[in-house]
Design a protein around this ligand. Structure first.
Ligand code: HEM
Ligand SMILES: *[C@@H]1O[C@H](CO)[C@@H](O)[C@H](O)[C@H]1NC(C)=O
Ligand SMILES: *[C@@H]1O[C@H](CO)[C@@H](O)[C@H](O)[C@H]1NC(C)=O
Ligand SMILES: *[C@@H]1O[C@H](CO)[C@@H](O)[C@H](O)[C@H]1NC(C)=O
Ligand SMILES: *[C@@H]1O[C@H](CO)[C@@H](O)[C@H](O)[C@H]1NC(C)=O
Ligand SMILES: *[C@@H]1O[C@H](CO)[C@@H](O)[C@H](O)[C@H]1NC(C)=O
Ligand SMILES: *[C@@H]1O[C@H](CO)[C@@H](O)[C@H](O)[C@H]1NC(C)=O
Ligand SMILES: *[C@@H]1O[C@H](CO)[C@@H](O)[C@H](O)[C@H]1NC(C)=O
Length: 527
C-alpha cells in the first residue's frame, strides 16, 4: 500500500519562504553538517506515524498544543515566554547576554517565576548535544510554537552558545514603570515601538496564572488552587489580543487588573497613543511584525557569537546513517528525504565496497519504507516531506566505503544521481559500530572488528550539553557470540539520556563513530 495520495505538483509558497535568505545555506550545504542537519530536521521533519518521539515538533503535538491543559495552559506559550526571558537580559551597550541559555541557571529568580518555565526546560532538555546548544533548541522551539499556533513563520539561524554562569537580573516585571520598561527593551535591542509590538506578539498566546501571580489572578476557592486568565479568547498566535484591547473587551490581566501598578501591558500598548496597536489590528501587519521581532529576539546573542545563515529546508537530505551488524551481513541504514511528494518516484541506494568497486554481488537496494514526515511548519511552507528508508545488506568481508542514490522521478526524464556533490556519502570506518538493535537506553552494545585486536574500546559520553561528561571503557559482552569478524562489547551507563562517541584503538589508530543518541535508542527500527 502506498502511503501517498496521487501525485500533486510541488508549489512552493514563495510569500512564506520570502522571510528567509535560505539559498545561502542550500548552496553551501554538504553532508554531513551536524549542526545544520539537526536544526533543519527539528524544524521541517517529524518522525511520522509510529515514531512519535524523536522530534521537537512531535513534542509540540503531544505536550505543547496551543491549548493543552484544562485551564487553557499552552505549551507553545510556555516555550515562547521561556525564549523571551532568556533573551531579555541582553545588554546592547556591552554586547553581553541574550539567547544563551543562562535562563536555566536563573530559574529560581522571582522575575522568572512559573511552572511553565520548568515545563519548557523539560521539553527542550532531550535535544541539545555537543553540536546543538540548548539555546538553539530554544530558538527552534519558538519557531515551532509559532507555526503550531497559526502564528508567523520565524526564520531560524543556528550557532548560539550556552552560558555556563548566570547573567544579570533584568527581565521586565509588571510593577515596573513605562520608563523602566522602555530602558529595559532598549538594552534588549528594541526601540519603544518594537517594545509595543513584541509584547503584543508574545501576549497573543497564554496568560497569567494564580500560582505565579496570586495578586493578579486569585485562586477559585474550592474549585481550583491554580487559575489562569488568558490574554485573549483565541488559542492562536494571532492579533485577537490587539483587537480586544482596542475594542475594550480584553480580559488581559496586564491591561485590566484593578491594581493600576500591575497593568504594564496597558502602559506599553498605550504608550504611543495606540498608533502601533491600530497598525497591528491588520492581521498581515501583525504577522510580519511578529515574524521580524521574534527573529530579532532569538537572534539576540552575545556579540562574541556568530550565527549561521537562515536554515531553509534542504531539498534532498541524507540522515539516519548507521552501519551496523546483522546476522549474515553488515546492515547499512540510511534515509533520503525529499520535500516534494511523487508516488512515481523510484529511489535506489548504491554503494562501493572498501576497494571502491563492487566485487561481492549486489551493491544496491530499494527502500524498506517510505514515510510522510511533514510537520506543521513544513506543511505551512507548502512542503510535503517524505523519507525513503533503506536497510541494505552489506557484505562484511568487502564492507563499504561510500554510498549514493539514483533517483528516477518516473516522469520520463532521465534518472539522476545524488552523490553529495561528487564525493559520495562516505562511511569513514567499520572498525567500531553501534548496535542499536541490541542496545537500550541503559545498555550500549557495540561491535568491534577483531582481525586486529583493539587495544582499547571506549565511549565519550556527553550529557545534554557541549562538554564531555565522562569517558568509559567497554567490556566484552560475553553473552553475544562473535560473528562476521566482530566481537561485541557492552557498557551499562547510569544516565539514560545522553549522546556518545564510540572509539576503537587499533594498532595505534583511533577509529570513531561520531555522536549516537541513547534517548531514542528504543525507537530504532529493527533490521
Ligand atoms: C514589559 C514586558 C513584559 C511583562 C511585564 C510581562 C509579564 C508577563 C506576566 C506577568 C506573565 C504571566 C506569567 C505567568 O503567570 O506564569 C506573562 C506571560 C507571558 N509572556 Fe510576558 N511580559 C512581558 C513581555 C513579554 C514579551 C516581549 C514576550 C514574548 C515575546 C512575552 C511572552 C509571554 C508569554 C508567551 C506568556 C504566557 C506564558 C504562559 O501562558 O505560560 N512577554 N508575561
Ligand atoms: C564547556 O567547556 C568550556 C571550556 O572549558 C567552557 O568555557 C564552557 O563554559 C563550558 N560550557 C558549559 C555549558 O558548561
Ligand atoms: C472585539 O474584538 C473581538 C476580536 O475581534 C471580537 O470578537 C468582538 O466581537 C469585538 N467586540 C466588540 C464589542 O466589538
Ligand atoms: C499593587 O501592586 C503593587 C506591586 O505588587 C503592590 O506593592 C501594591 O500593594 C498593590 N496595591 C494594592 C492596592 O493591592
Ligand atoms: C488606547 O486604547 C485603549 C483601549 O481602547 C483606551 O483605553 C485608551 O484610552 C486609548 N489611548 C488613547 C491615547 O487614546
Ligand atoms: C533485532 O531485534 C529483534 C528483537 O528485538 C530480533 O528479533 C532481531 O533478530 C534482531 N536483529 C538483529 C540483526 O540483531
Ligand atoms: C562477500 O564477499 C566475499 C569476497 O568477495 C565473498 O567471498 C563472499 O561470498 C561474499 N559473501 C556474501 C554473503 O555474499
Ligand atoms: C601496525 O602499524 C605498523 C606501523 O604503522 C605497521 O607496520 C603494521 O603493519 C600494522 N599492523 C597491522 C596488523 O596492520
Amino acid at each position: 500500500m502506498h502511503p501517498f495520495l496521487p501525485t500533486s505538483f510541488f508549489v512552493m509558497k514563495t510569500s512564506l519562504l520570502a522571510v528567509s535568505t535560505g539559498l545561502a545555506i542550500a548552496n553551501a550545504y554538504h553532508w554531513p553538517s551536524p549542526l545544520i542537519d539537526q536544526v533543519e530536521g527539528l524544524l521541517y521533519e517529524g518522525r511520522g506515524e509510529g515514531n512519535p518521539d524523536n522530534s521537537l515538533l512531535d513534542f509540540v503535538g503531544k505536550l505543547a498544543q496551543c491549548q493543552s491543559g484544562s485551564l487553557g495552559e499552552s505549551g507553545a506559550a510556555e516555550w515562547i515566554r521561556f525564549a523571551y526571558h532568556d533573551a531579555a537580559t541582553h545588554n546592547a551597550d556591552d554586547g553581553t547576554g541574550g539567547l544563551d541559555n543562562s535562563l536555566l541557571l536563573e530559574l529560581d529568580r522571582d522575575e522568572n517565576v512559573g511552572v511553565g518555565m520548568k515545563h519548557a526546560k523539560a521539553d527542550f532538555s532531550h535535544f541539545p548535544n555537543k553540536y546543538l546548544s540548548f539555546s538553539d533548541v530554544t530558538a527552534v522551539g519558538l519557531a515551532l510554537a509559532s507555526a503550531q499556533c497559526q502564528g508567523p513563520i520565524v526564520p531560524i539561524r543556528a550557532g548560539r552558545l550556552d552560558a555556563s554562569v548566570p547573567g544579570p537580573f533584568g527581565v521586565p516585571r509588571p510593577e515596573q514603570t513605562l520608563e523602566e520598561h522602555t530602558e529595559s527593551f532598549r538594552l534588549q535591542g528594541f526601540n519603544p515601538l518594537d517594545m509595543i509590538s513584541l509584547t503584543a506578539c508574545g501576549h497573543s498566546v497564554g496568560g497569567v496564572r494564580s500560582n505565579d501571580f496570586p495578586a493578579m489572578v486569585p485562586a477559585i476557592p474550592g474549585v481550583s488552587a491554580d487559575n489562569f486568565i488568558l490574554f485573549d479568547t483565541t488559542t492562536a498566535l494571532d492579533n485577537t489580543v490587539v483587537l480586544q484591547y482596542l475594542n475594550g473587551t480584553t480580559k488581559n490581566a496586564l491591561v485590566v487588573d484593578k491594581n493600576a501598578t500591575l497593568i504594564s501591558d496597558f502602559r506599553i500598548f498605550n504608550s504611543d497613543g495606540n498608533v502601533t496597536m491600530n497598525q497591528l489590528a491588520d492581521p498581515e501587519t501583525f504577522d510580519q511584525t511578529c515574524s521580524r521581532l521574534f527573529a530579532q529576539m532569538i537572534d539576540t546573542v552575545p556579540s562574541t557569537v556568530t550565527l549561521t545563515d537562515v536554515i531553509d529546508p534542504i531539498p534532498n537530505k541524507v540522515d539516519g546513517v548507521q552501519l551496523s551488524i546483522g546476522f549474515d551481513t553488515l546492515l547499512l541504514r540510511a534515509s533520503l528525504r525529499f520535500i516534494n511528494e511523487n508516488d512515481r518516484r523510484v529511489v535506489t541506494i548504491l554503494w562501493a565496497d572498501k576497494n571502491g568497486g563492487c566485487t561481492s554481488g549486489a551493491c544496491s537496494a530499494t527502500p524498506v519504507s517510505i514515510r510522510d514526515v511533514t510537520t506543521t511548519l513544513s506543511s505551512r511552507l507548502g512542503l510535503s516531506v517524505n523519507k525513503y528508508d533503506f536497510a541494505a545488506p552489506v557484505n562484511a568481508t568487502t564492507s563499504i566505503s561510500k554510498f549514493w542514490f539514483q533517483i528516477d522521478e518516473g516522469d520520463g526524464s532521465a534518472p539522476t544521481t545524488l552523490d553529495n556533490d561528487g564525493t559520495g556519502y562516505e562511511i569513514p570506518q567499520d572498525r567500531v559500530l553501534y548496535v542499536p538493535n541490541s542496545s537500550t537506553m541503559l545498555t550500549t552494545i557495540v561491535a568491534v572488528r577483531n582481525d586486529i585486536p583493539p587495544s582499547r574500546v571506549y565511549m565519550d559520553v556527553y550529557a545534554r550539553g557541549p562538554n564531555l561528561t565522562t569517558t568509559v571503557d567497554f567490556a566484552r559482552a560475553t553473552d553475544i557470540a562473535s560473528r562476521l569478524g566482530y566481537d561485541f562489547y557492552t557498557y551499562d551507563y547510569t544516565g539514560v539520556d545522553f549522546t556518545f562517541d564510540l572509539h576503537s584503538v587499533v594498532n595505534g589508530t583511533t577509529y570513531t563513530e561520531d555522536i549516537r543518541d541513547t534517548y531514542f535508542a528504543t525507537n530504532t527500527p529493527d533490521f
